[in-house]
Write a protein of this length. Structure first.
Length: 253
């Protein structure tokens, strides 16, 4: 066996071991979260949900209760285990994105898990914060692939959460300020933007505003502007709305 073949075999073995560890961790996270769900059911069954009072994330105004009642201990332990559950799925998302290629089903599933955990945390805190969800153009239509199916399901969960929300549906996200390579998407965005720019010069500005790409900076500016200025509890921003608010945010005040 040559040195190159030996290195290739070693690299494959390392990859297999890494993916195996990831799978083991994913199953562990699943089992742990099932335990947290069952403990939450016990909290409800014992009527201990108000054990920490109206304080969140503190418990009865304290980071660690000094003289807890039984109900307070039950609720406090549920809050701690729920916080660890959120951390565990964030680690799972990071690890999955590191080990699996772009577009892999495991990456989508891990992202979906974090979305739902954050939504549940926002609902549980009781202060009704505005939930901002970055979806995708076309998520309101019948899903054409697994990626869009996830977006559609999360949107439905956000809309049914009783929280004030902002759902943003951009098209392509381009620009050098986007950290993900996504070469095919960048090429498609560049070609599309060129064609749409030409159509805009011919008067098809609405078509351009809807389908031309946004840079990461433009998208961030639009989200901040919408959160700052929107008075409606339910806001769904399509690309043209995002583009308009990005321009407003960049204008001198």
């Amino acid at each position: 066996m040559s040195v190159a073949e030996g290195r290739a075999r070693s690299s494959r073995q390392d990859t297999i071991q890494s993916v195996t560890r990831l799978a083991l961790y994913a199953w562990t996270v699943l089992a742990y979260n099932l335990g947290v769900i069952l403990w939450g059911a016990y909290v409800r069954a014992t009527g201990s949900g108000a054990g920490c009072g109206s304080h969140w994330p503190l418990c009865d105004g304290q980071l660690v209760p000094t003289t807890p009642s039984v109900a307070m201990l039950i609720e406090y332990s549920h809050r701690v285990t729920s916080g660890l559950a959120l951390i565990s799925v964030v680690v799972l998302l990071w690890w999955t994105r590191r080990e699996r290629p772009a577009g892999h089903a495991a990456r989508r599933a891990a992202g979906w898990t974090v979305d739902f955990m954050l939504l549940e945390a926002a609902v549980a805190c009781g202060s009704r914060p505005r939930f901002v969800y970055l979806s995708a153009l076309g998520a309101d239509r019948r899903p054409v692939n697994a990626y869009m199916a996830v977006r559609t399901r999360v949107e439905a969960a956000v809309e049914g959460s009783a929280l004030p929300y902002l759902i943003a549906r951009p098209g392509f996200i381009s620009g050098d300020d986007r950290y993900e390579p996504r070469t095919a998407e960048r090429v498609a965005a560049r070609i599309g933007d060129g064609l749409l720019g030409g159509l805009a010069r011919l008067g098809a500005t609405r078509l351009h505003d809807r389908y031309a790409s946004l840079t990461g900076s433009q998208l961030g500016a639009a989200l901040v502007e919408l959160v700052d200025t929107s008075t409606d509890e339910a806001v769904i921003a399509e690309p043209e709305t995002l583009r308009a608010h990005a321009i407003v945010r960049a204008s001198p005040r």
